[in-house]
Design a protein around this ligand. Structure first.
Ligand code: NAD
Length: 253
């Protein structure tokens, strides 16, 4: 059954010219970073991310936001790309994949070596003062915050510094979003990996591919509302499935 799915996905990718991957938090759970919606992920337990991780919540109470993101930031800063990130990077190198559209902020795709990555929800590479808009390299700021748990402030104006991640209620980075829309429209195959597909507008992108006549493949532990639109649905661990897919593609080139 699984062998059959691997062969079918490999065939679709081999015939494609404009394949893209669309990834969510599930691709990074094997790297030790919990997602938001898996049962027992822990991130919904004490606070609702839609409140604490919203731009309104951040402006009202930055300390609450920073308290919430502390364990997640610690895991992200120390995480390594897993076999799923590495398989996608190899597929791009082998010209089997044009781009990755990701909702993740953990930077594990670029660290795995992927080149064309549209980070729709931002990243932890940079941070911005919400008062004077000065941009900082985020790494030393986050490392300091991991040690002292204090809200970081701008050394120039004293404003609160916010990592360049898109909070609920904020607009997506427009250039990244337009490029992702374009890639999704052109895609003849889209592989959705580890996303509940519940966060709009990012989660609307797979339907652009479907409406354009492209094939949709979904790899996720749990069912999603787009399973009925997909040509192939695989309920498996992305970090197990993608290396097997890569192996199959290399073996049958
Ligand atoms: P989500 O938490 O809503 O859904 C993740 C899905 O992945 C779940 O349906 C789960 O069943 C599945 N899953 C978990 N581990 C898997 C695995 N190993 N293999 C296959 N499937 C797996 O995630 P989302 O759709 O990306 O939306 C969450 C939002 O939270 C996004 O906006 C994202 O920016 C943010 N987020 C990012 C990170 C990160 O950067 N790593 C982590 C948590 C949340």
């Amino acid at each position: 059954m699984l062998e059959n799915s691997i062969a079918r996905v490999a065939d679709l990718l081999r015939q494609s010219k404009e394949a893209v991957a669309f990834t969510g938090a599930g691709i990074s759970t094997p790297s030790g970073i919990p997602d938001f919606r898996s049962p027992n992920s822990g991130l919904w337990d004490k606070v609702n991310p839609v409140v604490v991780a919203s731009i309104y919540g951040f402006r009202l109470n930055p300390q609450a936001f920073y308290n919430w993101i502390h364990p997640l930031a610690e895991l992200m800063m120390n995480a390594q790309p897993n076999a799923a990130h590495l398989a996608l990077a190899h597929m791009e190198q082998a010209h089997s994949l044009k781009a990755i559209i990701t909702q993740n902020i953990d930077m594990l795709h670029t660290r795995a070596g992927s080149k064309t990555v549209f980070e729709l929800h931002g990243h932890l590479r940079e941070a911005t003062c919400v008062h004077c808009f000065k941009i900082f390299n985020a790494e030393p700021i986050i490392r300091q915050f991991l040690l002292d748990h204090q809200v970081p402030h701008c050394p120039e104006c004293g404003g609160v510094i916010k990592p360049n991640v898109i909070l609920y209620g904020e607009q997506l980075p427009i250039q990244q979003f337009l490029a992702a829309q374009n890639a999704a429209r052109k895609a003849d195959v889209m592989i959705v990996i580890g996303s509940s597909l519940e966060v709009a507008p990012a989660a609307d992108l797979p339907m652009l591919t479907v409406r354009g006549g492209g094939k949709l493949i979904i790899i996720n532990f749990e069912p999603t509302h787009l399973d009925s639109q997909a040509d192939i649905v695989i309920h498996d661990d992305a970090s197990q499935f993608l290396p097997k897919l890569l192996q199959r593609m290399e073996f049958t080139q």
